[in-house]
Ligand binder design. Structure first.
Ligand code: Z5A
Length: 212
């Protein structure tokens, strides 16, 4: 069982760029607030604590004369996550609060594991830093990379990771789907649909998983 000693639950939204995580998070936040009569603690990854936010700035804006190697990128993602889990997520859950995460471990498995081809390293570091700690429910917003990147580009300049070649995102998506299909705590939402339909599907999952 996940988080056996806590009353709060950890809900995570995942997906490639442009999948619509921002509006999905607003919707889920509203749902959880009504469900529990209390706002969930909202986190984002990488980031969410002062130290983890410094790591976020580091991985997103790397200087050209000292490119970040893939292994360092992976370890920095886990350094940020370890801080967030220890100092924010676990204390909130232990306090009976619900936590709503913008990305979590599945992002590292998909991006660094699938995209960068570092799955054995990611799995080893994940085990070493998180043990069997995992979200109670993850909504994976599935979108073809080309469509997601077009949406993300319409929103503004792309960052370092967003500028990867399309096959990087194809591999990340494949990993997301493989892992989601093997885990009953991950629900796949078709995020290529119009936003109203995506939100309808999200609400249906939340109702059946959290209020049944
Ligand atoms: N990363 C990693 O590599 N490893 C890890 O372990 C972790 C993260 C945790 C974080 O960047 C980067 O770090 C991310 C993965 C990597 N990078 N990449 N590439 P971030 O936090 O800055 O960005 P993000 O996580 O990718 O999220 P975002 O950009 O804030 O959200 P989004 O889901 O990608 O997109 P959105 O803003 O919600 O939507 C994009 C646009 O599409 C927007 O204008 C919407 O109005 C529109 N949209 C959304 N849904 C629809 C539908 N259904 N129809 C039409 N238009 C829509």
């Amino acid at each position: 069982m996940v988080n056996p000693t806590t009353a709060g639950k950890f809900i995570v939204i995942e997906g490639l760029e442009g999948a619509g995580k921002s509006s999905a998070i607003a919707l889920v936040r509203e749902f959880l607030t009504q469900l529990n009569d209390a706002e969930p603690v909202c986190t984002r990854e990488p980031g969410g604590t002062p130290t983890a936010e410094k790591i976020r700035a580091l991985v997103k804006n790397v200087s050209d004369d000292d490119p970040l190697c893939d292994e360092a990128e992976c370890l920095l993602m886990y350094a940020a996550r370890a801080q967030l889990v220890a100092n924010v997520i676990k204390p909130a859950l232990a306090n009976g609060q619900w936590v709503l995460g913008d990305r979590h471990n599945l992002s590292s498995l998909a991006y660094q594991g699938g995209g960068r081809g570092l799955l054995p390293l990611v799995q080893a570091v994940s085990r070493a830093t998180l043990g069997d700690f995992a979200p109670d429910l993850t909504l994976y917003l599935d979108i073809p990379p080309q469509l997601g990147l077009t949406r993300a580009a319409d929103r503004g300049a792309l960052d370092r990771i967003e500028q990867q070649a399309i096959d990087f995102f194809e591999r990340a998506r494949e990993t997301y789907l493989t892992l989601a299909n093997a885990d009953e705590n991950i629900e796949i939402i078709d995020a290529s649909q119009p936003m109203a339909k995506v939100h309808q599907d999200i609400l249906a999952v939340l109702k059946s998983r959290l209020t049944a």
